[in-house]
Design a protein around this ligand. Sequence first.
Ligand code: 13P
Ligand code: SF4
Length: 329
Amino acid sequence: MTAQDTKLPTGEDLVAEIDRLRKERNAIILGHYYQRPEIQDLADFVGDSLQLSQMAAETDADVIAFCGVKFMADTAKILSPEKIVVLPDMDAGCSLEDSCPPDKFKAFREAHPDHIALTYINCSTEVKALSDVIVTSSSAETILQQIPKDQPIIFGPDRHLGGYLNRKYDRDMLLWPGVCIVHEAFSEQELLKLKAQHPGAPVAAHPECPPHVVDHADYVGSTSGILQFAKTFEGDTLIVATEPHIIHQMEKALPEKNFVGAPGADGNCNCNICPYMALNTLEKLYTCLRDLEPRIEIEEGLRLKAKQSLDKMLEMASGTIGKGDLGRA
Ligand code: 13P
Ligand code: SF4
């Protein structure tokens, strides 16, 4: 902590200072749905991974203050290299990214030379550079359906999302064994107890949840999909099986309805709060806008390689790519 940090503004002054810096820097503040409510309320745009990537690619701001985790800020830099991209806390990682070291992923690819790599965006820039097409949870189904059924595929690093896609689309993708520690923590037993307490309440789950949770869901989809479901479901209570900070958006949009977070193993833990997302705070957002640090930097050769698989995602997510364009050279 610098001497300057010991006298950080607080309360409304802190919010006003962030606003002042945002204008002074011509910055855009992007926030994921899993961010703290006070960050979501201050962001220029709140969205899921795909929407945030699209926003990063399109914005004409000079600075992107990315309130999410590092792979998301890396994606913003890959797509908008001319912009300064800052992340309030550089330690905001992701268990899925950690589960997939690039050297091991490279060896796995080399062991399956006839497979293409369809890779979840929750991975490092190096793994993106080793992949053919990136997907997010909101684009995975659209993209998978454009790949011929006889094309062998490696899917990593989330085995639950990959398994869900395999089951739903009768595919046989080879799965990398990574999991999200947050979604892995939901308990089937506790979910069934909660359903009994709220008879008839639907369950909306993220596909990063294990099958024993997804099997009880009335809706399975990305954070933006879950939010959309929350805005349209009939009834007064919704059980939400994803990181609970998304409930902030639901309560803002539908204050008369009841949104209940699905429980973890002991029924009452905080294990479903993403510890990485939680590292970003208003104070750190203020200092990163003030200092333009910590800043994302990516070596240009690596960036260009990673950009290919991300560009393919952006093209395929809007259904504009030719189907024969997927084989690895
Ligand atoms: P979304 O793409 O659905 O926003 O998910 C991102 C994520 O990290 C889920 O854990
Ligand atoms: Fe990664 Fe899970 Fe946190 Fe999403 S919720 S950023 S997948 S650890």
